[in-house]
Design a binder for this molecule. Structure first.
Ligand SMILES: [Zn+2]
Length: 1031
C-alpha cells in the first residue's frame, strides 16, 4: 500500500555520472528549478561554488565501485534505502503475520535475561496479565515468535532499556489503531494509558464514560492515524476485542497495575542528563563525543570541534559501510545552526584575516584550513583531511613543526586549533568583486481598512519609533550601519522619501502593481539616526493619512517585489518586515482566492492544502534569494489567509513568519511587540551561501531549512539568523574508515550587519565503526526527532499523510529491531529492548505523529497547520524538542525561595490534580492550568483574587504583584521564554472549562481527542512491529 504513491529513489537528474548513489529527492521543494539553474539569477559561484573538478562532488573522484551499492533495489537486506523507508516486502511480512496470530504461548513469559537489570525494578509493576480480566483471557494474546534464533553475533555490553515481556501480547487497547474514538463533544475521559477500565490513582479527576456509552462508535477510520503497514490491521492484533467493542462499555473495572512510570520517561532522561552533565565544561577535543542534551545547561570550550550549539548530529558515530547504514536505518544527519547565540561566558568566534591572499584552502576540494589538515614534510606541505590531497603550504603560511609533527603556531591560529572561527573574505568572495554595502531594513505596512480600524497601524508606527533605536550593530560601532525605508500599501503602494534634509516626508504612489518599479532612490533608504525627525514625523502621520480609507483589498506579491527592487537598486542585501492581514485578493500578480477546502482533509489530496496555490511566490522567493532579500512576515489574519502561499517567501528566504490569529489589541499586542523587538535586534547574516564538505566516503545529500538550492550542493539563504537551523542528511559514497572517522566542514559565506564579507567555518569530526552497537550508543534522540520532523514535513507537500505516518512508524520499528537483533543480549523476543540513547524515541515519534501537521484535528485551521509546518522546517534541536514534547511544570508546589525551575512532570493528564496549578510551554504557546481545588493562597498570590471562581481567563499577561508566588512564577515564565525565538502567548485554563480542550492536546503522552495514540499504545504498536520484523 505505501509502496505505491511513494517513490523510493526516483531518477535523480543531478547525480553526477559515475556516482551510483541516488539521493532520494522526492519532496524536494521546487525540484524543477533545481534542474534548470539560471546563471543570471545565481549568486556568485565564487569560491564556495567552484569545488572539485566536476563541481558536484567535493570529496574527490568517485571511488571505484561506488556504483554497486547505490541503485534502487540494490540493497540486500530488504530494507530499502528511502528517505522514508517503506515496509518490508510483502513476501516477508505476510508470513510473519500469519504465524503471529493464532498460536498460543505462555502468555507472559517472565523476565529471563540477566542483562535486563536496568528497568527491571520499575517494570515489575507492569503486570501485563492485569489486562486479562477486562480484555479476555490472557491466552488470547498473540504470542511472540520463538525467542531463539534472533540473536546474531556476540552480545555486546549495552545498557538497553528493556520493557517487560509481552508488551506486544496485549490485546489492543482502544488505540487510534483500532479503538473507539471519543466523540469530540464528549467530556474528555481521563485515561492516561488509553485503556478502558482501570481508574487511575487520582480518580477524582476522572470522568468515567457513562455506562453503556457506545464507545465503538467512530471505530474504523482511526486506523490511519499511525499505520504500520499491516495487511488487515485487526488481524495483527488477533487477541483484540474478543467480544467486540461492546465489552469496553461496562462500568469501570477495578484498578489495574499498568504503571505509566514503567515505560521510559522523557523527563527522567532529561533529569538524568542534567544530574550527570549539567553545569560542567564540555571540551570539544574528542572526536565522536556525544554532547550533553539540549535540555542541559553546560559550558562549551572549543578545542578543535564545533560546539554542539552550532552542530548536533543524529549519531556521533557513523557506520563504516552503507550496508550497515541500511541495516540500522538510523538517519545520518547534522542539524547546523551556524549563527547560534553563544552565552556570554563562552568565547565568541575569532576572526582570521589573511589579507589579500584570503583563507588557505585545499586545492582540490576547496576545504578551508582547519584542525583536520595534517602538516607533513617539515611543514612545507599538508594533507587535506577531507579529500586526502597533498597541498603545498603557501610561503606566507609556512611554519615549522614540533616533535609531535604539529605546527609551532598551532595554538596561536584559530583555524589550526578550533572547531569554529571566521575568516575575512576577500573580494573574490563578493558579488561583482566589489565589497558589499551594509544591509537595509524596509518596513512595509498594510494600511487597509481593518488594520487602521483596529489600531494595528498606529501600534506598529508607535513601536517603530523606539525599536529602530535597537537595530543590530557591531560591538565596536556607535550606531548601526543598517539603513531603513518605509512603504505602506493596500491595493497600491506608497513609497516614502525620508531624506534627512526634508521638513516633511514625501509620499510617492505606485499604482501599477503589475510591474512594480521603485519611484525614488535618493531618500528612500536612509540612516535612521540622520533622518530620525523625518521618520518620526512620517510614523506619526501614517495612521492619520489612511484614517478615512475604506480600502479592504490588498496586494502581497507586489509588496515583496517592491522591497526587493529597492534593495536591488541600492545594491545591498536586506530584510523586509511586512505587516499584513488578509488574503491578497486585489488584481495583481500573486492574487489568491480562498481555497481552504476541509473536504481534502484525510484524503490523498490533503497535501494540496500545504502547497502554494500559485507558482508566483516560488519564483519571487528565488529572485529574493538571488538578491539577498530576506522577508519576515507578521501576519494578523482574522480568517483564512492562505499561509501555505503567503508563507513561502519568508520560508525560502530565511525570514520568519509570525502569526496572530484574530489579533486583539488588548490581548495580543504584548506578544506581537515582543516578537518585533526581538526580531529587529537579532544577530543575522545576509546574502549567505553555505557549503557542507565531508571527508571521503560520504556526502551531504539532502537539506532541510529556510533555504533555496539552485544545485545540489550550494545552500543559498537570503539571510540566516541566530535561531535558524539547517538539517543536512548524509549518505555513504564508499566505506568509511574507523581511523580516519567522518569529518564535516560547514562553511557559510555571508555579509555582516556592517557590510563585511566573511566566512564562518564550523568543523566537526565524528567516529566511524563497523560495530552496530557503537552506532546506537552514539545516537541523539533530540536530533533524530528534528530530522524526522523536517523530512516528514517536507514530504507533506508531495505525499499522502497516511503514508508518511506509516513510514515513520515503520522506520522507528526498523531502527529498534535492528538494535534488538544485533546489539542486545539474548532474551525473549517478546521483550521490548530499547537502546539507551533511543529509549524515549518512541514517545517523541508518537508526538510527531500526533502533530497537527501530520494529523488533522477539527479545531486546527489549515493556516495553522501550514504555519506550524513552516516553523518546524527551520527549527534547531532545542526548539524542536520543546515543540514536540512540551515542558509541564507544577506551580502549586513552588519553593518560592529557590532560584531554580521546578522539576518538570510528564505531559499526561494523570500528572495533573485538582489541587494543582501547572504551567505548560512548547515554544509557541504557554498555558497556566488551574485545578478546581487549587490552593487559595497560591491563587491569591498569583492573581490577587480570593478563589478559583474569581479568576478571569481573559488575560494574556499575569498581573505584576509583589507576592512571592507572583514574582517566582513570572520569573519562571521569563526564563522559559528567554531562549525561544517566538514570544509565547499565555492562556489561562481553568479545569473543566472550555479552553481545557485545547490545553489537553498538549498532553502528548495521552491519547488524542481526535485520534493519535497514547504513548503506551504506541509503544505496544512499535513493539509489535519489532516482533514482526524479528520473526
Ligand atoms: Zn581537500
Amino acid at each position: 500500500m505505501n509502496q505505491q504513491g511513494y517513490v523510493a529513489t526516483p531518477p535523480y537528474s543531478q547525480s553526477p555520472p559515475g556516482i551510483g548513489l541516488s539521493p532520494p529527492h522526492y519532496g524536494h521543494y521546487g525540484d524543477a528549478s533545481h534542474t534548470a539553474s539560471q546563471p543570471g539569477m545565481m549568486k556568485p559561484a565564487g569560491p564556495l561554488g567552484t569545488a572539485s573538478p566536476g563541481g558536484m562532488l567535493p570529496s574527490g573522484p568517485p571511488p571505484p565501485g561506488t556504483h554497486q551499492f547505490g541503485h534502487n533495489g540494490a540493497h540486500a537486506s530488504g530494507h530499502p534505502p528511502q528517505r522514508f523507508p517503506g515496509p518490508p516486502p510483502i513476501n516477508n511480512a505476510a508470513p510473519s503475520y500469519t504465524s503471529y496470530s493464532p498460536s498460543p504461548q505462555p502468555a507472559y513469559p517472565s523476565p529471563v535475561s540477566t542483562s535486563v537489570t536496568q528497568l527491571n525494578s520499575q517494570l515489575s509493576a507492569m503486570q501485563i496479565n492485569t489486562y486479562g480480566s477486562s480484555m479476555g483471557p490472557p491466552s488470547q494474546g498473540p504470542p511472540g515468535p520463538p525467542s531463539t534464533a534472533q540473536i546474531q553475533g556476540p552480545p555486546r555490553p549495552t545498557q538497553p532499556s528493556i520493557l517487560q515481556p509481552g508488551l506486544q501480547v496485549l490485546p489492543p487497547p482502544p488505540t487510534a489503531l483500532n479503538g473507539p474514538g471519543p466523540s469530540p463533544l464528549s467530556p474528555p475521559v481521563h485515561r492516561p494509558d488509553g485503556l478502558a477500565g482501570p481508574a487511575p490513582p487520582n480518580a477524582q479527576y476522572q470522568h468515567p464514560p457513562p455506562p453503556g456509552q457506545p464507545m465503538g462508535a467512530g471505530y474504523s477510520p482511526q486506523q490511519a492515524n499511525f499505520g504500520p503497514p499491516m495487511p488487515g490491521t485487526q488481524l495483527s492484533y488477533p487477541g483484540g476485542f474478543p467480544g467486540g467493542p461492546a465489552q469496553m462499555a461496562g462500568p469501570p473495572q477495578p484498578p489495574k497495575k499498568l504503571d505509566p512510570d514503567s515505560i521510559p520517561s522523557p523527563i527522567q532522561v532529561i533529569e538524568n542528563d542534567r544530574a550527570t552533565r549539567g553545569g560542567q565544561v564540555y571540551m570539544t577535543n574528542t572526536r565522536g563525543q556525544v554532547p550533553p542534551l539540549v535540555t542541559t545547561d553546560f559550558m562549551v570550550q572549543d578545542q578543535g570541534n564545533a560546539s554542539p550549539r552550532y552542530i548536533r548530529c543524529t549519531t556521533y558515530c557513523f557506520p563504516c559501510t552503507s550496508d550497515m547504514a541500511k541495516q540500522a536505518q538510523i538517519p545520518l544527519a547534522a542539524v547546523i545552526k551556524p549563527f547560534a547565540t553563544i552565552p556570554s561566558n563562552e568565547t565568541p568566534l575569532y576572526l582570521v584575516n589573511h589579507g589579500e591572499t584570503g583563507p588557505v584552502r585545499c586545492n582540490r576540494c576547496k576545504a578551508y584550513m582547519c584542525p583536520f589538515m595534517q602538516f607533513i614534510e617539515g611543514g612545507r606541505r599538508y594533507q587535506c583531511g577531507f579529500c586526502n590531497c597533498v597541498n603545498d603550504v603557501p610561503p606566507f603560511y609556512f611554519q615549522h613543526l614540533d616533535h609531535m609533527g604539529r605546527r609551532l603556531d598551532h595554538h596561536e591560529k584559530p583555524e589550526l586549533s578550533l572547531g569554529s572561527y571566521e575568516y575575512v573574505a576577500t573580494l573574490d568572495y563578493c558579488r561583482k568583486n566589489k565589497p558589499p554595502n551594509p544591509p537595509a531594513y524596509i518596513f512595509m505596512i498594510d494600511v487597509s481598512y481593518s488594520n487602521i480600524k483596529n489600531g494595528l497601524v498606529k501600534l506598529i508606527c508607535e513601536e517603530l519609533k523606539t525599536v529602530l533605536e535597537k537595530l543590530p550593530k557591531e560591538e565596536q560601532e556607535e550606531t548601526s550601519a543598517i539603513r531603513v525605508g518605509f512603504i505602506t500599501y493596500n491595493k497600491v503602494l506608497h513609497f516614502f522619501n525620508v531624506k534627512s534634509n526634508l521638513a516633511q516626508p514625501q509620499m510617492m504612489v505606485v499604482t501599477d502593481v503589475g510591474e512594480v518599479f521603485v519611484p525614488l532612490l535618493d531618500g528612500f533608504l536612509v540612516n535612521y539616526q540622520e533622518s530620525q525627525s523625518v521618520i518620526h514625523n512620517l510614523l506619526d502621520q501614517i495612521p492619520e493619512m489612511f484614517a478615512d480609507s475604506n480600502e479592504n483589498e490588498t496586494v502581497f506579491a507586489p509588496v515583496i517585489q517592491a522591497g526587493m527592487e529597492a534593495l536591488k537598486a541600492a545594491e545591498c542585501p536586506g530584510k523586509l518586515f511586512i505587516f499584513h492581514s488578509s488574503l491578497p485578493t486585489a488584481e495583481a500578480p500573486g492574487k489568491l482566492k480562498n481555497r481552504d477546502d476541509r473536504k481534502l482533509v484525510n484524503t490523498d489530496k490533503e497535501k494540496i492544502l500545504f502547497q502554494p496555490q500559485t507558482n508566483v511566490y516560488e519564483s519571487l522567493a528565488k529572485d529574493c534569494v538571488a538578491h539577498g532579500c530576506s522577508v519576515t512576515l507578521f501576519l494578523f489574519p482574522s480568517q483564512y489567509a492562505d499561509v501555505a502561499s503567503l508563507g513561502l517567501v519568508p520560508q525560502l528566504t530565511g525570514g520568519t513568519l509570525y502569526k496572530y490569529n484574530n489579533f486583539q489589541m488588548h490581548l495580543d499586542s504584548h506578544q506581537f511587540l515582543n516578537d518585533l523587538r526581538k526580531d529587529i535586534e537579532k544577530k543575522i547574516g545576509f546574502d549567505a551561501i553555505m557549503r557542507v564538505r565531508t571527508s571521503t566516503g560520504f556526502r551531504a545529500t539532502d537539506f532541510f531549512g529556510g533555504i533555496f538550492m539552485n544545485n545540489t550542493t550550494d545552500v543559498e539563504m537570503a539571510a540566516i539568523d541566530c535561531d535558524k537551523a539547517i538539517t543536512v542528511e548524509f549518505k555513504h559514497d564508499d566505506k568509511l574508515g574507523e581511523d580516519s572517522g567522518a569529518l564535516i566542514q560547514c562553511a557559510v559565506l555571508y555579509t555582516t550587519i556592517s557590510g563585511q564579507r566573511r566566512l564562518r567555518i564550523h568543523n566537526l569530526g565524528l567516529n566511524c565503526s563497523s560495530q552496530l552497537a557503537d552506532l546506537y550508543k552514539s545516537c541523539e534522540t533530540d536530533a533524530l526527532i528534528n530530522f524526522f520532523a523536517k523530512s516528514a514535513f517536507k514530504a507533506v507537500l508531495h505525499q499522502p499523510l497516511k503514508v508518511i505516518r506509516e513510514i515513520l512508524v515503520n522506520q522507528t520499528a526498523h531502527m529498534l529491531a535492528c538494535y534488538r537483533k544485533n546489539c542486545a543480549n539474548p532474551s525473549a523476543v517478546s521483550q521490548l529492548i530499547l537502546p539507551e540513547s533511543m529509549k524515549v524515541l518512541p514517545v517523541y515519534i508518537n508526538c510527531l505523529l500526533k502533530s497537527c501537521v501530520l494529523l488533522s484535528r477539527p479545531e486546527i485551521s489549515t493556516d495553522e497547520r501550514a504555519f506550524q509546518r513552516q516553523l518546524v522546517m527551520t527549527m534547531g534541536v532545542a526548539d524542536s524538542q520543546l515543540f514536540f514534547y512540551p515542558q509541564l511544570l507544577p506551580i502549586h508546589t513552588l519553593d518560592v525561595k529557590s532560584t531554580s525551575l521546578p522539576a518538570a512532570v510528564r505531559c499526561s493528564e494523570s500528572r495533573l490534580s485538582e489541587e494543582g496549578i501547572f504551567l505548560l510551554a512548547n515554544g509557541l504557546n504557554m498555558f497556566l492550568w488551574l485545578g478546581v481545588s487549587s490552593p487559595p493562597e497560591v491563587i491569591q498570590g498569583i492573581f490577587n483574587v480570593p478563589s478559583f471562581a474569581h479568576i478571569s481567563t481573559d488575560m494574556t499577561l499575569l498581573p505584576e504583584l509583589g507576592s512571592p508566588y507572583s514574582q517566582k512564577l513570572r520569573m519562571i515564565m521569563s526564563i522559559i521564554q528567554q531562549k525561544r525565538p517566538y514570544s509565547m502567548k499565555l492562556t489561562i485554563v481553568k479545569q473543566r472549562e472550555q479552553p481545557e480542550m485545547i490545553f489537553r492536546q498538549f498532553l502528548v503522552e495521552d491519547k488524542g481527542l481526535y485520534g493519535g495514540s497514547s504513548y503506551v499504545d504506541f509503544l505496544c504498536c512499535v513493539h509489535k512491529e519489532i516482533c514482526q520484523l524479528l520473526s
